[in-house]
Unconditional design. Structure first.
Length: 523
C-alpha cells in the first residue's frame, strides 16, 4: 500500500579530483575551488557556492595551462553548487545546477542521481525514477540509485520493482542494512510478518549498530487476514516473474509454502516455474503435492503429463491422465491431452475416441474439433475431416492457419471454389504469405481463371524465385491466355531449375500448417 511519507534522499558528493591534482595547484581557479571545498565541509554553504562560482569564472579568464578545465571537472563543480543549494532546501535552484552538470557531462552518474534526488524532493516521483535509472545506465553498481529506486517503487506500490532494486542494493553493498530494513517494512505493510522479521534480522546481522529511521511504517504493526497476506505473496511472485526474476519469484513461493504448506496453488505455480527452467524432476515433485481434493488437481496433472512427455515417458504420461480421467470424467481437457499422447504413441484409433470424447465435453473448443478432424484425415475419413474443420473455423474464425488447412482439405477434395474462398480470407490477414498466394493461384487455375492466377504466382516468385511449382504453373497460365513467349520463358526456367535439382518432377506443394496433435509446452 502506498504511504504518505515524503521521500528523503541525500545528494551524493564525489571524491572530486583524484588524479587531477594539477587542477587545484597554483591557479586562481584551484584556490577558489579549494576554498569552496573547505567551506562546504564545514557546512558554510553560502560561502561554498560563492567560491565554486569563482572557480568556474576563473576557468574562463585564467590563461595558465594548469587552469584548463575539462567537462567532467566543470560538471562536478556544478554538482557541488547544487548540493550546497540542496542542503539549504533550495531544491529549485539545486535542480538547475544538476541540470547544468548532466548537460556538461552526460556520463556523470552522480549528477543524474542528484537530479533524481531533487525531483523526489519536489514530489515528482516519475521524473525521479528516470533520473535514478539514468544514473544506473552510467554506473550499474551505484548503490544509492538502486536503493532510491526501491524507495520510489515502494511508494508507488510497485512491489516487484521495489523488491528487485532493494535486492540489487543489498548485492551492491552487502553490509548495508537500510535496503533490508525497508524491504522488511514493505512485507510488514502487507501483513507478511514472517518475511518482515527475516529482513529486519538480516539488517541487524549485516550492520549490528543499525538504528531504524523514525518513519510512519515503523510505528504500527499492520494486521491483515491470512488470505490478504497470501495474496501478497502471490502478487509479489507474479510481479517478479513478469520482470523475468524467476529465482526471486521461486524464493517467495518457497517462503509462502514454508508458512502454509497446504497452499496448493503455490505448489502448482512453483511447478510451472521449475518446468519453464527445465528442472523436470523438481517440477514433478511440486505438481505431485497438489491432492485430488484441490481445484488445481487437474491442471497439475495436465502439466505433469506434459513434463513426462518431454522427459520421453509418454506411457507414464498417458497412465497419469487415465487415472485423472477416472476421478474427473467430465473434464474434456484430460481427453484432449490423452488424444495427443495416443497419437504420439501410434494408437490412432484410440486417439480418435479420445478426441471424440473431448469434443463432446468441449463443444466450443476449436482445437478439439481441429484435432479430431486431423485424426479423421489420418484414418482416411476426409469427409468427416471437412465437417470437423468447418466447425473449428466457425468457432475460431480468426484462426487463419486453421482456415488455411480447411482450404487445403477442399483442394484435396477437388472443391477449388470453396478452397479459393478460404485462401482469399487468409490473404486478407497474411497478404504476403507465399504458400497462401500459391494455393489461391492453384485454385484459380483449376477453375480455368488463369488471368487471376498469374499475379498470385508472380508474387510467389518475387519472394521465392526458386519456387518450381509456381514457375511451371505460371508458364502454363501464360500459354492459356495466349502469351506464348512468356509462357515458354517460364517453362524454360522451370526445366532449368528441375535439372539443377536433379528431380524428374516436383509435385505441387500442398501442406497443412495448423497445430498437429502433439502435447504443447509448459507455461
Amino acid at each position: 500500500m502506498p504511504t504518505n511519507e515524503p521521500l528523503v534522499f541525500m545528494p551524493l558528493d564525489l571524491d572530486t579530483f583524484t588524479g587531477s591534482e594539477r587542477f587545484v595547484e597554483g591557479t586562481r581557479m584551484g584556490a577558489a575551488f579549494s576554498q569552496g571545498i573547505r567551506s562546504y565541509l564545514r557546512a558554510a554553504y553560502g560561502d561554498a557556492i560563492e567560491h565554486f562560482k569563482a572557480a568556474l569564472i576563473a576557468a574562463y579568464v585564467d590563461g595558465e595551462e594548469k587552469a584548463q578545465i575539462y567537462d567532467r571537472e566543470r560538471a562536478i563543480i556544478y554538482l557541488y553548487i547544487g548540493n550546497a543549494l540542496a542542503f539549504q532546501d533550495d531544491w529549485e535552484a539545486a535542480m538547475r545546477e544538476y541540470l547544468e552538470a548532466v548537460q556538461t557531462d552526460p556520463k556523470l552518474a552522480e549528477a543524474h542521481y542528484n537530479l533524481g534526488v531533487a525531483f523526489a524532493a519536489r514530489g515528482q516521483i516519475d521524473r525521479a525514477i528516470s533520473g535514478f535509472k539514468e544514473a544506473l545506465e552510467h554506473n550499474p553498481n551505484l548503490y544509492e540509485a538502486h536503493f532510491s529506486l526501491g524507495r520510489c517503487y515502494q511508494k508507488l506500490d510497485d512491489a516487484g520493482r521495489a523488491y528487485i532494486h532493494y535486492s540489487n542494493a543489498c548485492n551492491t553493498r552487502p553490509n548495508a542494512a537500510e535496503p533490508r530494513y525497508y524491504l522488511g517494512l514493505m512485507h510488514q505493510s502487507h501483513g507478511a510478518h514472517e518475511l518482515a522479521q527475516r529482513c529486519f534480522a538480516d539488517a541487524l546481522r549485516v550492520e549490528p549498530t543499525f538504528v531504524s529511521p523514525a518513519v510512519q511504517e515503523d510505528e504500527t504493526l499492520v494486521t491483515r487476514s491470512e488470505d490478504e497476506v497470501v495474496q501478497w505473496y502471490y502478487r509479489l511472485s507474479e510481479d517478479l516473474k513478469q520482470q523475468n526474476y524467476e529465482e526471486e519469484a521461486e524464493r517467495i513461493y518457497r517462503a509462502l509454502l514454508q508458512w502454509r504448506p497446504e497452499e496448493y496453488y503455490a505448489h502448482y505455480l512453483l511447478g510451472n516455474l521449475l518446468a519453464r527452467s527445465r528442472r523436470w524432476p523438481a517440477s514433478l515433485e511440486e505438481y505431485g503435492k497438489v491432492p485430488p481434493q484441490s481445484k488445481h488437481y487437474v491442471d497439475a496433472r495436465l502439466r505433469m503429463s506434459v513434463v513426462l512427455r518431454l522427459m520421453k515417458h509418454p506411457r507414464d504420461a498417458y497412465e497419469l491422465l487415465f487415472e485423472c480421467a477416472r476421478l474427473h470424467p467430465g473434464d474434456g481437457r484430460i481427453f484432449l491431452n490423452m488424444g495427443k499422447l495416443l497419437y504420439d504413441m501410434g494408437k490412432n484409433a484410440n486417439a480418435v475416441r479420445a478426441f471424440e470424447r473431448a469434443v463432446q465435453l468441449l463443444p466450443t473448443n476449436a482445437q478439439a474439433h481441429y484435432l479430431l478432424g486431423f485424426m479423421y484425415m489420418v484414418m482416411g475419413r476426409e469427409n468427416w475431416t471437412l465437417a470437423a474443420w468447418r466447425k473449428a473455423v466457425e468457432l475460431a474464425p480468426d484462426s487463419h492457419s486453421l482456415r488455411y488447412d480447411l482450404g487445403y482439405m477442399y483442394v484435396r477434395k477437388g472443391r477449388y471454389d470453396l478452397a479459393a474462398r478460404e485462401f482469399a480470407l487468409v490473404l486478407e490477414h497474411w497478404p504476403d504469405d507465399v504458400e497462401t498466394n500459391f494455393m489461391l493461384g492453384l485454385c484459380y487455375r483449376e477453375m480455368v481463371e488463369p488471368a487471376r492466377s498469374i499475379p498470385l504466382f508472380e508474387k510467389v516468385l518475387r519472394r521465392n524465385p526458386r519456387h518450381a511449382q509456381a514457375l511451371f504453373l505460371l508458364g502454363a497460365c501464360y500459354l492459356q491466355i495466349g502469351n506464348t513467349s512468356l509462357g515458354k520463358a517460364y517453362l524454360r526456367r522451370y526445366d532449368h531449375l528441375i535439372r539443377q535439382s536433379g528431380a524428374a518432377t516436383v509435385p505441387p506443394r500442398v501442406r497443412m500448417r495448423h497445430q498437429q496433435p502433439t502435447v504443447g509446452s509448459t507455461a
